[in-house]
Design a protein around this ligand. Structure first.
Ligand code: GLU
Ligand code: ZN
Length: 299
């Protein structure tokens, strides 16, 4: 029997949700609920130094205001350290990890790790832990539902990558793989900016011997300058006083054709339309319509 569809939305509390986050939430939500699947919410509070106080609450409130309903309890990565530690130990036992003492300075020459510390024995001095990119491992291939066939050779194109930082914090790549596996996520629907790290995640799944979910990467939302909307590019937070026009615009961004008349309607009518008319085939692979602009959703 095919397992029930299970999707998720996994925001990081580094700031409030912006239009790019809304697009990822709407896309993953509609794919899940139109298949009568579950949609889980995971707060990726893995990196306390980068978190903004109050951001988690603001995210939960915004999702609620926009009319999202998630399945079960909210999952917090900050409470999952034992699971990450167990995964790390499993990799260590297989001889797949090594301590790395390289400094930022001696790493800067190439984006691909040189393998400098590969043969270092265990170390008690603070160090990052890297996962060995096995030279003999085959090229990772996956067929993204929207972006098509993707291939990446981890050893040649990425190199040994970090799974635990020198300050003891676990890397996003490790946490996301452990969590998606434990939740039994069947498909990851998320922003296209994460397409290039998916190969690493699949490689990790293979080393940990867990199932690889399907992947679907949505078009990236950019501003007029062509930068991805993010805290770094000063993306404006969602306006929770007027959710309807933003939800309407998120549907348009995802290639759907919500009737213009609905734009000023209530949230529930827009959601109703979206649930009845959602078509994944209509989602563009690249941003369309043109760059996101606050003006497009002004009420
Ligand atoms: N927490 C990540 C972000 O906010 C998303 C992770 C994921 O969907 O895999 O960009
Ligand atoms: Zn090193």
């Amino acid at each position: 029997m095919k397992p029930c569809y299970r999707g998720r939305f996994a925001p990081s509390p580094t700031g409030p949700l912006h239009f790019g986050s809304l697009v990822a939430a709407v896309g993953s939500y509609l794919v899940a609920i139109t298949q009568k699947g579950e949609w889980h919410l995971r707060i990726e509070d893995l990196d306390p130094p980068r978190e903004l106080p109050g951001a988690t609450d603001a995210i939960l409130r915004a999702l609620d205001t926009f009319g999202f309903a998630w399945h079960g309890e909210v999952i917090y990565q900050s409470q999952r350290y034992p699971a990450y530690r167990a995964a790390l130990e499993q990799l260590q036992k297989q001889g797949l990890t090594f301590p790395c003492h390289c400094t930022r300075k001696n790493l800067s020459a190439s984006p691909i790790y040189s393998g400098h510390c590969r043969h270092q024995a265990n170390s008690s001095v603070p160090h990052t832990t890297r996962l060995r990119a096995r030279d003999e491992a085959p090229t990772i291939q996956f067929n993204d539902r929207l972006q098509g066939l993707q291939r990446q050779n981890i050893a040649e194109e990425v190199g040994d990558f970090i799974i635990q930082r020198a300050d003891g914090l676990f890397a996003y790549q490790l946490a996301v793989v452990v969590d998606d596996a434990e939740l039994g996520i069947t498909e990851v629907v998320r922003g296209g900016d994460l397409l290039t790290v998916t190969g690493r995640q699949i490689y990790l799944q293979q080393q940990l011997n867990v199932t690889t979910p399907d992947y679907c990467h949505l078009p990236v939302v950019t501003n007029r300058a062509g930068d991805k909307l993010s805290k770094q590019t000063f993306a404006q937070p969602l306006d929770t006083d007027h959710p309807a026009p933003q939800l309407w615009y998120a549907l348009l961004f995802l290639g759907q054709a919500p009737p213009a008349a609905l734009r000023k309607d209530s949230l529930s009518e827009i959601w109703q339309w979206a649930k009845e008319n959602w078509r994944i085939e209509a989602v563009p692979t690249h941003p369309s319509p043109a760059p996101f602009d606050r003006k497009s959703i002004e009420h």
